[in-house]
Design a protein around this ligand. Structure first.
Ligand code: ZN
Length: 276
């Protein structure tokens, strides 16, 4: 496909609200949850309610996360992240909102980012205000569970990994060093809402923007779909780059069915690095 319609869209709208999803990070080696039809590719991730209520669910989560983090931590930005950072430097991005928890937009140089679903590199205590770098928790997980640390496994977008064959009963989960409380990655789990203040900042940015560009999201998660709906209700145009169908296909002014990195690379070349 020629990038012309997408280039035209980006050039016509100076204040873009960019919403990114898992498809933006697949070229960095972080796999997508869903296939081209928006269906689960793998087992559904842990629900917040199960994580909080069930110690076995927590052992299983942290065991898989211990393995998944090693690849998540090693992931580097790809051309999609770099092109969006260039778009911001060119003054075209009013706000970038990502559903990803990998921090790769910031690693690529984007400054104006709302991590809608939080960040996997931070762990918080559910009982006190403590927040610790995931790297510290990882070291503790490895120290307590050396047998798990050597495993490699398929990984999910939230740093989770498939380890179904292992016995999790012996897995030793650390508690908060300050109060002994339950530790949870600072990401929005399935079954959990986006914090109100964060959702309000995204909505305010939406109101300041004159168009929306969705990059690599099937919009199956409501927190993202809700923003697209609000944009549509405001009568503002929406473009999407996504390999498969999205939940909002009928709300789009432009759909680019292509890999995010490919489409954005072409866009950047066509725009002359988005210089004004
Ligand atoms: Zn605590």
């Amino acid at each position: 496909m020629t990038p012309a319609p997408l280039l035209d869209f980006v050039q016509r709208h100076q204040r873009l609200f960019v919403l990114t999803g898992a498809g933006c990070s697949t070229a960095s080696g972080i796999p997508d949850y869903r296939d081209a039809h928006g269906e689960w590719k793998r087992a559904q991730p842990v629900l917040l309610q199960n994580f909080l209520a069930d110690e076995a669910a927590r052992r299983r989560y942290w065991a898989r996360s211990l393995v998944g983090w090693q690849r998540m931590h090693a992931a580097r930005p790809n051309d999609a992240h770099r092109a969006l950072a260039a778009l911001e430097r060119g003054g075209r991005v009013e706000q970038l909102v990502t559903q990803n928890v990998d921090g790769l937009h910031q690693a690529a140089g984007s400054d104006n980012v709302i991590d809608l679903h939080g960040r996997i590199d931070v762990v918080r205590c559910m009982a006190c205000p403590a927040r610790v770098p995931r790297a510290e928790v990882q070291a503790e997980l490895v120290r307590r569970n050396p047998a798990f640390a050597d495993r490699d496994a398929r990984m999910a977008p939230d740093g989770d990994a498939d380890l179904e064959s292992l016995d999790f009963a012996a897995f030793d989960v650390p508690a908060c060093a300050r109060c002994g409380g339950l530790l949870k990655p600072d990401v929005v789990f399935f079954g959990e809402g986006v914090p109100k203040e964060r959702a309000a900042r995204a909505t305010a940015a939406l109101e300041r923007s004159d168009a929306m560009l969705v990059v690599g999201s099937s919009l199956m998660v409501y927190s993202g779909y809700r923003l697209v709906q609000a944009m549509s209700q405001a009568g503002k145009p929406i473009a999407a780059i996504n390999l498969g169908r999205t939940r909002a296909d009928d709300l789009l002014s432009l759909k680019v069915t292509e890999d995010c990195a490919d489409a954005l690379r072409l866009l950047e070349r066509g725009a002359g690095s988005f210089a004004r």
